[in-house]
Design a protein around this ligand. Structure first.
Ligand code: NAD
Ligand code: DAU
Length: 339
């Protein structure tokens, strides 16, 4: 089988390629990626010499590039996106162009090439925010109510994917998942930023009161969920994927930061309260009972175990993240957090 992966040099895409090639060694992978600031081929050094793996540098917004590279693909797994909420507040246009425009180009091409399945990787942020004091969770029937340019652009892409299924019969599946963490995550997102800052003896920037809640999903659990959807998920269906095991309560950002302080061996003087994100969603939580019931998926371990593994990975891969934190990232960091 030939898989056309978009955004495979980014965090989740690279983890997915490594996971897939380990578990499906006979399949062929085309990694189609523009290599924006978030794309890093270092993430794939383990597989780059494999005859089953091919990298194509290209832009999902360009039909001719997409069409040449997608030729002969059986399955498209679409990860490529502008993915960071704070950057979407600084520059919404990039998000609309890539996340909406780029997705539409891919859908057209997948239709022409009659792929067997177009799998779209989306986010729980399209559903908006839940109240802090509530125990409600997002599920597949939750109405869309995005608040940031990022989530609005992902919502637009989800609607287009379903429109291509309804209008043209494109065989699609969609996953809406919560916040991923794990190896190779660009250190602009909370967990890798917190860990690497502490390892550099810098503080963790905490937005607002720190009482915002996310539903943390280890990236390998996410990759396994996508694998199950590709293998057994029903065409046309959406599956919500969350990381918190049954019966576990909410974990807010301050609690996440304090757990990381403990794992790195620092005290609370390394927390720095900074200005809040505009339009900051208070709480996310996912009801993942559908994917459990229909496909037998659930997260392997709980948050504390995966967090410990993740901190250990960043401690062992200082070369990887130091290189990533140099260069253009510094200009972004200064703009976002000041000097
Ligand atoms: P990322 O920012 O780490 O990687 C994005 C990748 O897409 C990069 O390799 C980048 O070079 C590539 N890309 C960007 N624009 C492109 C273009 N025009 N053409 C080709 N390639 C392009 O993102 P991620 O965290 O790995 O997220 C992957 C997907 O999962 C995204 O669609 C995101 O919305 C979704 N998602 C992410 C999370 C999360 O917590 N990280 C949670 C839910 C959903
Ligand atoms: O929910 C899924 C989404 O999770 C994905 O769709 C996005 O691509 C991904 O970036 C992520 O979005 P968030 O905005 O939730 O992730 P981020 O790591 O940026 O922030 C997590 C929480 O931590 C959020 O409440 C904001 C807060 N935060 C973040 C940063 C970067 C801080 O307090 N300080 C920070 O420096």
């Amino acid at each position: 089988m030939k898989l056309f992966i978009t955004g495979g040099a980014g965090f989740i895409g690279a983890n997915f390629i490594l996971y897939w090639m380990k578990n499906h060694p006979d399949d062929e992978i085309i990694n189609f990626d523009k290599l924006t600031y978030a794309g890093n081929l270092e993430n794939l050094h383990e597989v780059e010499r494999s005859p089953q793996y091919h990298f194509v540098k290209g832009d999902i917004r360009r039909p001719e590039e997409v069409s040449a590279a997608m030729d002969g693909a059986d399955i498209v797994v679409h990860f490529a996106a502008e993915s960071h909420v704070d950057r979407s507040i600084m520059n919404p246009a990039d998000f609309v162009e890539t996340n909406v425009g780029g997705t539409q180009v891919l859908l057209d091409c997948a239709l022409k090439q009659k792929v067997k399945r177009f799998h779209h990787v989306s986010t729980d942020e399209v559903f908006g925010a839940l109240a802090l004091e509530s125990t409600t969770k997002f599920n597949e029937d939750t109405p869309y109510y995005p608040h940031s340019p990022y989530s609005a652009s992902k919502a637009g892409s989800d609607h287009l994917v379903r429109a291509y299924a309804d209008t043209f019969g494109l065989p699609i599946t969609v996953t809406n998942c919560s916040n991923n963490f794990g190896p190779y995550q660009f250190p602009e997102k909370l967990i890798p930023l917190a860990i690497t800052n502490l390892l550099e003896d810098k503080k963790i920037p905490v937005y607002g009161d720190g009482l915002y809640v996310r539903d943390w999903l280890y990236v390998e659990d996410h990759c396994r969920a996508i694998e199950l959807v590709l293998q057994n998920g029903k065409i046309g269906e959406t599956y919500c994927v969350g990381g918190l095991k049954d019966g576990k309560g909410d974990i807010n950002n301050l609690e996440v930061a304090k757990k990381i302080l403990t794992l790195v061996g620092k005290d609370e003087s390394y927390l720095e309260y900074v200005k809040d994100r505009p339009g900051h969603d208070r709480r996310y939580a996912i009801d993942w009972s559908k994917i459990k019931r229909e496909l037998g998926w659930e997260p392997f371990y709980d948050f504390d175990e995966w967090l410990e593994k993740t901190v250990a990975w960043y401690k062992d891969h200082q070369d990887w993240w130091s290189a990533v934190k140099n260069g253009s990232y510094l200009a972004y960091y200064e703009k976002q957090y000041g000097k």
